[in-house]
Design a protein around this ligand. Structure first.
Ligand code: NAD
Ligand code: UDX
Length: 411
């Protein structure tokens, strides 16, 4: 098939590379000319494991352009532009603008596939605007394992108005071998928000249990997660206590669905509570540091990790950045290190970051920070992602999220 991909960000680029690898001809369109120029010269703008290689391997089947007219002969056009939340509400201008551009160039029988995360009812609007058949096919990939997730998803959700249109999208993803869930477009759109909200709620739940564990001697939240996660009804995933969830999806999607639900008079109280719990997480890291270090004014603190999670260079809604802001408000001098991501703070090597500072907060779950107990000797340390072995740490100068040992409780 000849496939158009509109929006060459994390989702669009990964989808482009994966579908080209399946033998499709892919035309990727983005309004960001610098991004397109770079891609056309083989420069990948994002860090995602395996993506460089997959783009290079399939370069003959991949074309990148800012020109929508190049989509005039595609069979299917995927919309994967960003859908941010602005002032608590979903901002649909990028989707609408892409739709209007598509309406001008696509063949009448071309299919539009909505991959962007959009509220129930949006695909219907795009169908009206474009006069083309639209199928909702939400994306569930995670950054850091995006290619793996895209090739091997837990399920593929296809929401269509007509059986024929749904069948076309099903044929594209058949190679994954994943269970296919056929729905209405509104159900498909809702599934995406319900999935993200549920996962975010799971993490907020275990983070509240972590707060409780910190007040109970000999009670480690990781053991609680292990003990409950083996119950198949609960599952072990998304039970890692830490500084909370960030990234380009959970924060904006939970807010968008919460506002949408309230506007319909049916507030999502569990989602609202999860957001509230999450908003308090960055402060927790600084509170724990102050417990062991005292006042932070004028003192140097190193933040290890600025990406919103491991294996990505993405800092959107990163909890680490919020931790840095709070540290600065407390008057601390902040330096940071991340293996891939950059931030608006003094960034130095990991060794320099630790050596220069009195206090250290581990804010991102990079494997890089495992086994560095020796390097941290003499420092005040908060392990916000549970990467360190407490038995190797000086417990008078150490705090870890959800770890309630007698000595940490000051007994
Ligand atoms: P992104 O911000 O990384 O990329 C979006 C791209 O769209 C940008 O390059 C931007 O220049 C381009 N764009 C904006 N308006 C355009 C237009 N009118 N025409 C052409 N290009 C345009 O976004 P992303 O992280 O890939 O997310 C895309 C969508 O997928 C969002 O709705 C998001 O919620 C959803 N999603 C993201 C992830 C993820 O892990 N990042 C996972 C699942 C779903
Ligand atoms: C998420 C969804 O998982 C994915 O299905 C959707 O398509 C996009 O949004 P992503 O944002 O890439 O993916 O990252 P994810 O691995 O879900 O992590 C989100 C946040 O939760 C990160 O900040 C991570 O640190 C945090 N997290 C995750 C935890 O704190 N504990 C966990 O157990 C899992």
């Amino acid at each position: 098939m000849k496939i158009g991909i509109i929006g060459l960000g994390y989702v669009g680029l990964v989808t482009s590379a994966v579908l080209a690898d399946q033998g499709h001809l892919v035309v990727g369109v983005d309004v960001d000319s610098k991004r397109v120029e770079g891609l056309s010269c083989g420069r990948n703008p994002i860090y995602e494991p395996g993506l460089d290689e997959l783009l290079a391997k399939n370069k003959d089947r991949l074309q990148f352009t800012t020109d929508y007219a190049k989509l005039s002969d595609v069979d299917v056009a995927f919309i994967s532009v960003s859908t941010p939340t602005v002032n608590g509400e979903i901002y649909l201008e990028y989707v609408m603008s892409a739709s209007k551009s598509l309406a001008k160039v696509l063949r009448k029988d071309s299919l539009i596939v909505m991959k962007s995360t959009v509220l129930p009812g949006t695909s219907r609007k795009v169908r009206e605007i474009t006069g083309r058949e639209v199928v909702s096919n939400p994306e569930f990939l995670k950054e850091g394992s995006a290619i793996k997730d895209s090739i091997n998803p837990d399920r593929v959700v296809i929401g269509s108005y007509t059986k024929e249109a749904g069948d076309v999208v099903e044929s594209i993803w058949k190679f994954t071998g994943a269970p296919i869930v056929r729905t209405t477009p509104e159900e498909a759109e809702m599934i995406k928000y319900a999935a993200n909200s549920f996962l975010a709620m799971k993490v907020s739940f275990i983070n509240e249990i972590a707060n409780l564990c910190e007040r109970i001697p000999n009670c480690d939240v990781n053991k609680i997660a292990e003990g409950i996660g083996l119950d198949k009804r609960i599952s072990p995933h998304f039970l890692k206590a830490g500084l909370g969830w960030g990234g380009s999806c959970f924060p904006k999607d939970t807010l968008a669905i919460s506002t949408f639900a309230r506007s319909l008079g049916t507030p999502l109280r569990t989602v609202d509570a999860s957001i509230q719990v999450n908003n308090e997480r960055p402060k927790r890291a600084v509170t724990l540091l102050k417990e062991i270090m005292g006042q932070l004014k004028g003192r140097k603190v190193c933040v290890l990790g600025v990406a919103f999670k491991a294996d990505t260079d993405d800092t959107r809604e990163s909890v680490a950045l919020k931790v840095i802001d709070i540290l600065k408000e407390e008057g601390a001098q902040v330096v940071a290190y991340d293996p891939k991501a950059k931030a608006n703070v003094t960034m130095v090597s990991m060794e320099q970051c630790i050596d220069e500072s009195e206090g250290v907060i581990i804010a991102t779950e990079w494997n890089h920070f495992k086994g560095i107990e020796d390097k941290l000797r003499g420092k005040y340390v908060v392990d916000g992602r549970r990467l360190l072995d407490p038995s190797k740490m000086d417990l008078t100068k150490f705090r870890a999220i959800g770890l309630g040992t007698p000595s940490i409780q000051g007994e």
